[in-house]
Design a protein around this ligand. Sequence first.
Ligand code: RP5
Length: 172
Amino acid sequence: MAAIKTPKVAVVMGSDSDLPVLKSCLRLLKEFEVEAETIVCSAHRTPFLAAEFSSKAESNGIEVIIAAAGKAAHLPGVLAAYTPLPVIGVPIKSSTMDGLDSLLSIVQMPTGIPVATVAIDGADNAALLAIQIMSGLHPELREKMKQYKAGLAAKVEKKNAELQTKLKEEGL
Ligand code: RP5
């Protein structure tokens, strides 16, 4: 049986000014031991690079593309146009419109070319969704995702227990 390769995603940002938002995405991918190819590439300033990168992504072993952009955020849609791979769009809050411009530019894709869009600045969910998509091929990711969710639940349970104690102490 052929060895299953390391899961690999591309994290593409429209500008280096998007990096602060994407750091938590990169940290999560690292935590789940997913390889990330991370580049700056603009749909408007480097359109040929965007087309070339996306056209070659599948043959370069990438399984999911995460694309972040702000303002007239066309990068995720342009990348999606050039690849059969799933593309996850991260709208960046980078202008006077508080990211609503980015959100609508990314989410309102025409039929046939979907971009799975997370919340404005929702970089963590982009990483988690990419991991969930890849976990069909990589069972170890499915197991890690179960542990991650159990960890989230444990944190909420702890907070609830603390709240109950506090309420009792304050007679509320
Ligand atoms: C978008 O324009 C980028 O994704 C970024 O969010 C925004 C501003 O880019 P810079 O002017 O900071 O390079 O293309």
